[in-house]
Design a protein around this ligand. Structure first.
Ligand code: MN
Length: 595
């Protein structure tokens, strides 16, 4: 299945593109006209897609959530000029195509109401229940434009914590970003590049870790489109003009089917085109001038895992394999639990052909990852999805150790970075990010071993604590013991600041920062800043012998001063980018002279 939210295109295209001079009245008129002329039932396609995967789904709730979202967002418009509701509708459509359940679609339709309209989380909870409220709250963000860098970290941390309880939060967030990225056309080149880079930085790797390849391919391509428009255009040109390509692939597939049948392997063989980003990556990595895009087929075996090796035998028996190109991700799954056999063979006419071999179950999980159990709820396969969530749980374990959200984000990025090595220590195997050092390993063994590590041997030889470890190294860590510390009270103790220059794992970074934080000033979170900002305003009001009976005037002031919400204004007060005296003066004016 190709995840494509083409639905948005059904709206607002009947009239010429809007201009910035347009009044909100003509925009509203446009939206009314386009709804009437294009589609009487705006949720028809969503309902159709959802029912095609979940035949007995109750869609009344989907319609009700659409109605609420539509009425809440009425009068709001996307930068493109389309009515705002086209966005949540498109996000719900992406979720539906992934095969997500009804609850996810409801939350997707409502995902921006709390952030952008007067609909409160309490009202939403009352109307749709706790589950939907949790999902919507999980994707409701702190405003980046006002919180600066910390907002990004706080927002992502909040989302990860919410996803730890319910992973559907992340699915909605990814679908949201995909649609936003597809509709960036109305923005400046600089802002498109910024958003694309941020997506590539955290959300694409997150999507990869959750194993949702169907979604990741779409995200990859839209990032490439914004960051490398020329390369994207070249690849597009190449993909659309390759004479004989389809005939060649169907011939290869046909011959593969014959070979498999002769080996008595039941399997489906289909051409498997690469997505643009993957073509681009190989082209750049190989230093090629023209797009490098080998023909590729997928062999989906109907049988047990071992049939994959029988299929491999059949393929290698038919065409000579290229040495060094065989990869067994069944015996050694990737860190997102992706499982398949990969090989490259010298196909007909001497052309290289890539072959992917996997079972039906592996195929489902490789396409949908954590979303698989929603798409195929009745299939009783043991779900590797649970293990994809194990990773998420581990992220949550160390997120509790840091108060600084920016640091959390850095560590998350580091943890998401590809490439893991396995090293052996004290009889156990440990997974670490590549380029990790003995210090990383020491912290993996425990905070105490980390804080007090003194020396290490790698494969039996003494090595500096900053030496990069390699896959398969056998390492021994020597830590200062309590008794040694007692004997030499003046010896340096605890981690060294320089370690931060070479450690690679989030665990080690976090623990070293924690060690120094505990000895310095503790970090301050956005929640703390909001509280401090509120207290500052309270105190300043008291200087004027005034108090506030309700938050309504404060909210109005925040709105008038152009802040996205009250919390943002309170943070600005706490950080003194807004003077509390000035705020209070304006507040008093507002209360004493409304209008
Ligand atoms: Mn959104």
């Amino acid at each position: 299945m190709d995840v494509d939210a083409g639905h948005g295109a059904a709206f607002g295209r009947a009239l010429p593109a809007s201009t910035s001079q347009e009044t909100s009245f003509t925009r509203r008129l446009r939206s009314l006209l386009s709804f009437q002329s294009n589609d009487d039932d705006p949720v028809a396609e969503l309902v159709r897609t959802h029912r095609s995967i979940h035949a007995s789904a109750d869609v009344a709730i989907v319609r009700r959530s659409y109605q609420i979202a539509e009425s809440m967002h009425r009068g709001q418009f996307r930068k493109s000029g389309d009515p705002y509701i086209t966005h949540p509708l498109a996000v719900a459509q992406i979720c539906a195509e992934l095969g997500m359940d009804t609850t996810t679609l409801v939350a997707a339709l409502l995902h921006d109401t709390v952030e952008d309209t007067s609909y409160t989380l309490e009202a939403l909870q009352g109307d749709f229940g706790n589950e939907v409220a949790h999902l919507v709250d999980g994707v409701t963000k702190f405003d980046k434009a006002y919180y600066g860098k910390a907002a990004e970290g706080e927002t992502i941390r909040k989302m990860i914590v919410a996803a730890g309880k319910d992973v559907r939060v992340l699915v909605i967030k990814l679908a949201d970003r995909l649609h936003n990225m597809r509709t960036l056309g109305a923005r400046s080149t600089a802002s498109r590049a910024r958003i694309a880079t941020a997506t590539l930085d955290v959300l694409v790797p997150l999507c990869d870790r959750l194993g949702i390849q169907a979604l990741k391919r779409s995200l990859d391509d839209v990032v490439l489109f914004h960051l490398q428009p020329d390369a994207y255009a070249r690849i597009d040109e190449h993909v659309k003009n390759r004479p004989g390509w389809d005939d060649y692939l169907s011939d290869v597939s046909h011959q593969a089917r014959i070979a498999l049948r002769r080996s008595k392997v039941t399997a489906e063989v289909t051409p498997r085109p690469r997505h643009y980003y993957s073509i681009w990556k190989d082209t750049v990595a190989g230093g090629h001038d023209v797009p490098l895009d080998l023909p590729r087929i997928a062999v989906i075996v109907d049988g047990p895992d071992t049939d994959c090796y029988a299929a491999l035998g059949a393929v290698h028996g038919r065409w000579r394999p290229v040495a060094g190109r065989f990869k067994d991700f069944i015996a050694s799954p990737k860190n997102n639990l992706y499982r398949s056999l990969h090989t490259t063979v010298v196909g007909p006419e001497g052309r290289l052909v890539e072959v992917l071999i996997r079972t039906k179950t592996m195929h489902r999980y490789s396409e949908y990852g954590v979303a698989t159990s929603y798409r195929y709820p009745k299939v009783a396969d043991e779900p590797p999805g649970a293990d994809q969530l194990t990773w998420l749980k581990r992220v949550l374990d160390w997120q509790q150790d840091t108060t600084d959200a920016a640091q959390f984000l850095d560590s998350l990025r580091c943890d998401l970075a590809e490439g893991q090595i396995t090293v052996f220590a004290h009889g156990n195997a440990y997974e670490l990010p590549s380029q990790s050092t003995p210090v990383d390993l020491a912290y993996e063994l425990g905070p105490r071993q980390g804080d007090h590590c003194l020396a290490a041997t790698i494969n039996g030889r003494l090595a500096p604590l900053g030496s990069p470890l390699r896959d398969g190294d056998v390492v021994e860590i020597f830590s200062e013991t309590e008794s040694q510390a007692d004997v030499e009270p003046n010896a340096p103790r605890g981690p060294r600041k320089e370690w931060l220059g070479f450690v690679k794992s989030s665990q080690a970074q976090m623990q070293i920062n924690r060690y120094f934080d505990e000895r310095n000033e503790p970090g301050i979170s956005i929640a703390d800043k909001v509280r401090l900002g509120r207290a500052t305003i309270g105190l300043t009001l008291r200087k004027h012998d005034r108090g506030l009976a309700s938050e309504v005037p404060l909210r109005r002031l925040a709105d008038e001063l152009g802040y996205p919400d009250l919390e943002t204004l309170l943070v600005a007060v706490c950080e003194r980018s807004l003077e509390p005296d000035a705020v209070v003066e304006q507040l008093i004016a507002l209360v004493d002279h409304p209008d």
